[in-house]
Design a protein around this ligand. Structure first.
Ligand code: UDP
Length: 233
């Protein structure tokens, strides 16, 4: 029996680029799609938010303000969503992409009730273009959509295998946490998600499960209730 009925999976854009750090990695997309198919086959409803960091991150510059850069970032998430959609459909998974900025020739606009209906019909729904507003992140979009669709958990697939007290890439003695409260994350300023995303989860008692996507099998293990990564509740 899977541990959850409905999940929202947040995949950073960087995770889709594999070791390249930019663009798509075909093997990675294929292996993410295969694992998602396995989760679906266990009877879990799956919604996804993909980041855009592998193409563009909102950066201000001399000739570009923050809002404009953020819109480019949101469009990057649409590219990732369409790529993931193709790889999922190649696995025989039925999918819909919904965008928070209307582009009807490409995908459906975001309509909450419609998304929930797709999920109940075992379609994977990929929410793209973030929240549709600049000055937010795809983490906030993931928390918001998860709460809106009544997901049981927000699964944060990252390049690291959980939350540490300091950056494990810099500090070899960094300690990994198995369990944390939202307040721990806020008071210790732990790098999990940005503050608006964490507070949204806290206000709505949405548990977070942080784990590594380096091995895409982990996704399936998390769904099966394995004790790994870091749980925040
Ligand atoms: N973005 C935004 N509003 C949103 C979501 C995303 O403006 O609701 C922009 C923001 O510039 C962000 C970029 O899109 O830097 C890409 O998303 P993010 O960096 O969160 O992607 P990830 O790090 O997960 O790949």
């Amino acid at each position: 029996m899977p541990a959850y009925k409905r999940v929202l999976l947040k995949i950073s854009g960087e995770a889709l680029s594999g070791d390249k750090g930019f663009g798509f990695d075909e093997e990675m997309l294929k292996s993410v799609a295969t694992s998602i198919k396995r989760i679906l086959d266990e009877g879990v409803e799956v919604a996804i938010v993909v980041g855009g960091g592998n193409f563009f991150r909102g950066r201000t510059g001399k000739n570009m303000d923050r809002a404009q850069a953020d819109y480019i970032g949101m469009l990057a998430t649409v590219m990732n969503s369409l790529a993931l959609q193709s790889y999922l459909e190649a696995e025989g998974v039925s999918t819909r992409v919904q965008t928070s900025i209307e582009m009807r020739q490409v995908a459906e606009p975001y309509i909450r009730r419609r998304a929930v209906r797709h999920l109940s019909r075992k379609r994977v729904v990929i929410f793209s273009a973030g929240t549709g507003s600049p000055f937010f992140s795809t983490d906030t979009a993931a928390a918001l959509r998860a709460v809106e669709i009544g997901a049981d958990v927000l699964l944060l697939a990252k390049n690291v295998d959980g939350v540490y007290d300091s950056d494990p890439a810099i500090n070899p003695n960094a300690k990994k946490y198995d369990k944390l409260t939202y307040m721990d994350v806020l008071s210790q300023n732990l790098k999990v998600m940005d503050l608006s995303a964490i507070t949204l989860c806290m206000d709505n008692k949405l548990p977070l499960y942080v784990f590594s996507l380096k091995n895409t099998d982990n996704m399936v293990r998390v769904i099966e209730g394995a004790n790994m990564g870091t749980v925040i509740s």
